[in-house]
Design a protein around this ligand. Structure first.
Ligand code: UN1
Length: 531
């Protein structure tokens, strides 16, 4: 197996990996997993591996004729059974105590790291990530488990002695789990955004029913399996696959769900926000989109700016809610910056993402590709210039997949729709501004507010940006990514406005608490110390 392969920590900020052993280990894993594509997988409902009469195909965006896996088309009844299993498993999981849950999660994290090549290769087939992006996603999943474990420890399981009004009184604030959480996960970080939220809920003592995107059920399934190995009880984590209209709707409506984490589009997230709390208040954490800006001032190092913007706009084809999709450049440097960015875009190697030389692979499906071609046509029609890209690859290796080229558009007014709507494709618009003030005003005029970046060599400008920008994750002069690349324990992932999260997203110190609710305990006389 490839488990003994080198441990080089790959994050989303890793610029290159010249480690030959690592590259060879990934190649070997690709060959190995290729042989098991197309299998049927079950749902995980309590201890049962449930199959269904009807399955759907999980096809690869690399080549749509390639079936990566087959999964059951789950029904509302499957969801109800999964909720019942999660509910039955809850008391024992809660009463296990946080120290033992943390120990299990840390062991699961180490198993994920050990299997990083196998998982990353599968992920590359399933969602078209390049090897560095896929390895990053797997490693992030493991680090999320580790980080949330560390947070439980740092906070002593969220048991805190409080003051007392008399010596006879002992008071504690104790955070307790709610019960059963639904996790609805997206395709774009198929392990990290399935595993991270599930781990947050589980470490806190809740049990979970996970519904993954139908574009990426396999990575969620693998995450569920890896939890079993160190001994997370069946029933603590349940997986139901199938369409949002059935599986998602049951999770939204079922009163036996105590909380929900959703990562995905603004439209679906807002609908869930309203629907989920219709009968009574229940916590829902929504992580929605972004139309993320970066700002390049006249004082910027333009090479640094072009690299940071290109990495964030085109990394995983711009299919990150953190992706940079609009740039505001001060007029004196606008043409020079656009030219540098366009040159970088043209140099990007697009192709089969399992190959080492590919820096960019396909977008997830035909709909995403259509969104790309429509945006290009719209930019042209409205007087924009396609400074780079604008094409779809149709070579022998790419014609059965969905391969847009990295696209830079200039010359559109900053009021244009393409500066406003999230597209989730490798497409960035560059607008000229008169001043930093104008750039900030445009950057903040959004329904989102997830990430933002600035390139400037002027401290006063940087200060003004940090004081004024309305976004949850902000970066200054970051060559490895103007707006992307947040990592557990390094950058929290909060979102403002329509990006959701109420400012407390994953990856950071305020995440796990959201899966808990407070109980204030006052015990007169001697009482047990809360664990
Ligand atoms: C998302 O796309 O939903 O910083 C989150 C980043 C990633 C977060 C992406 N860690 O780019």
């Amino acid at each position: 197996m490839t488990a003994a392969a080198p441990r080089m920590k790959i994050t989303y900020a890793t610029l290159s990996a010249d480690n030959a052993e690592l590259q060879a280990a990934f190649d070997a894993a690709v060959d190995e997993v290729r042989d098991r594509l197309g299998r049927s997988y079950p749902m995980l409902i309590g201890a049962e591996e449930r199959r269904a009469a009807t399955e759907f195909e999980d096809r690869s965006p690399i080549d749509a004729s390639l079936v990566v896996a087959r999964f059951p088309l789950g029904t509302r009844q499957d969801v109800r059974d999964a909720i019942a299993a999660a509910r039955a498993a809850f008391p024992a999981w809660r009463d296990l105590g946080w120290q033992r849950r943390v120990a299990l999660m840390r062991r699961a994290a180490d198993l994920i790291s050990e299997r990083q090549f196998e998982y990353a290769a599968l992920m590359s087939f399933e969602v078209g990530k390049t090897r560095l992006e896929a390895l990053g996603d797997v490693e992030e999943t493991a680090d999320l488990l580790r980080y949330y474990s560390d947070e439980m420890e740092r906070n002593h399981g969220f048991v805190r002695p409080m003051g007392s009004l008399s010596e006879a009184e002992h008071t504690y604030s104790v955070l307790k789990p709610h019960g059963v959480w639904a996790v609805i996960s997206p395709f774009n970080f198929p392990m990290a955004l399935a595993g991270g939220p599930a781990a947050g809920a589980l470490i806190a003592g809740n049990t979970v029913v996970l519904k993954p995107s139908s574009e990426a059920p396999l990575m969620a399934y693998e995450f569920g399996r890896v939890l079993r190995d160190p001994g997370v009880p069946a029933g603590a984590f349940n997986l139901v696959t199938g369409p949002g209209e059935e599986v998602g709707a049951e999770l939204e409506e079922n009163p036996d769900i105590d909380g929900m984490v959703f990562t995905g589009s603004y439209e679906v997230g807002m609908r869930l926000q309203r629907g989920f709390t219709q009968s009574y208040p229940r916590p829902i954490i929504t992580e929605m989109g972004g139309k993320n800006p970066s700002i390049v001032t006249a004082s910027a190092d333009l090479d640094q700016a072009a690299e940071g913007v290109a990495r964030s706009a085109f990394g995983y084809d711009g299919q990150k809610c953190s992706a940079n999709s609009r740039v505001y450049v001060e007029r004196p440097v606008a043409a020079a910056f656009a030219e540098k960015l366009a040159t970088r875009a043209r140099e990007i190697a697009v192709g089969d993402p399992t190959r080492r030389e590919s820096w960019m692979g396909p977008v997830i499906n035909a709909r995403a590709l259509a969104r790309f071609t429509e945006a290009v046509a719209e930019a042209r029609r409205d007087g924009g210039t396609i400074a780079a890209g604008g094409e779809v690859l149709r070579g022998p290796e790419t014609e059965r997949g969905f391969y847009p080229t990295p696209t830079v558009v200039t010359g559109l007014p900053t009021s244009h729709r393409l500066f406003r709507d999230e597209l989730f494709v490798p497409f960035i618009v560059v607008g000229e501004v008169e001043s930093l003030g104008e750039a900030l005003q445009l950057a903040n005029a959004t329904q989102y507010g997830l990430t933002a970046g600035i390139f400037s060599r002027d401290q006063a400008e940087i200060r003004r940006f940090l004081d004024t920008i309305q976004a949850g994750v902000v970066y200054v002069n970051r060559r490895s990514g103007a707006t992307t690349g947040a990592w557990p324990g390094i950058q929290s992932f909060g979102g403002w406005k329509g990006s959701g999260s109420s400012g407390k997203g994953g990856l950071g110190p305020y995440y796990v608490q959201q899966f808990l609710r407070e109980q204030s305990q006052t015990v007169m006389g001697e009482g047990p110390t809360p664990a």
